[in-house]
Design a protein around this ligand. Sequence first.
Ligand code: UP6
Length: 239
Amino acid sequence: MLLLMEAKQSNLSVAADVTTKKELLDLADQVGPYICLLKTHIDIIVDFDQDLIVQLQALAKKHQFMIFEDRKFADIGNTVKMQYGAGVHRIAHWSHFTNCHIVPGEGIIQGLKQVGQPLGRGLLLLAEMSPADSLANNPTYTAKNVDLALKHSDFVAGFIASRRLTDDHDFLTMTPGVGLDVTGDSMGQRYRSPKQILTENYSDIIIVGRGIYGTGKDPVHEAQRYQRAGWEAYLARLS
Ligand code: UP6
């Protein structure tokens, strides 16, 4: 992932929250050159089929980006094994990264690992969430995520969090809730700037959704803008 980010000079992930196969493929093709990671919510696609996955993988190869299915698993180990590896979406078979809440305890990581590790996948733990009132932002809960990540560092690749949480291992930090123009939405979402997230809070990847393709926006122009802002903020941190 880090090599890809360096090669493309991008730490931008686009959250492709669109609801049809055509919209998803069109968006991935448009923003592909400017992103390191495409984040999907595959269960919101009304006309999902296996051909979507074939085409998505072709676009990932064409534009050199990785795929992160933002499934936010939250059940016991035995259940998430089936949700991750089987069902309609067979997420483990095409998504490089997925994520989970640790609400059910360590078993959720053990279950996902049984399926994902043999396939070379990586898990992200939702150690914090972007809304201010999220229960995940309780310091004890966040610290438990770090403990479990260190214990399962052979499968856990990093965190969804507002900031870098530990220097004890080379985990990736990915941060949603990123906006250059607005500070939130009507349902609790909070936006911060790439500078705050990357330079001041030492995260690695910014995740941007509606800031790229919201009403009246040109996704190519916005993806270029967020890529530039993200990369400049990252370089500022290094210097
Ligand atoms: N997301 C958050 N906050 C979190 C975790 N995940 O917003 O704590 C996800 C949402 C959405 C994206 O599920 O796909 O990141 C943010 O989209 P937006 O930029 O349009 O708000």
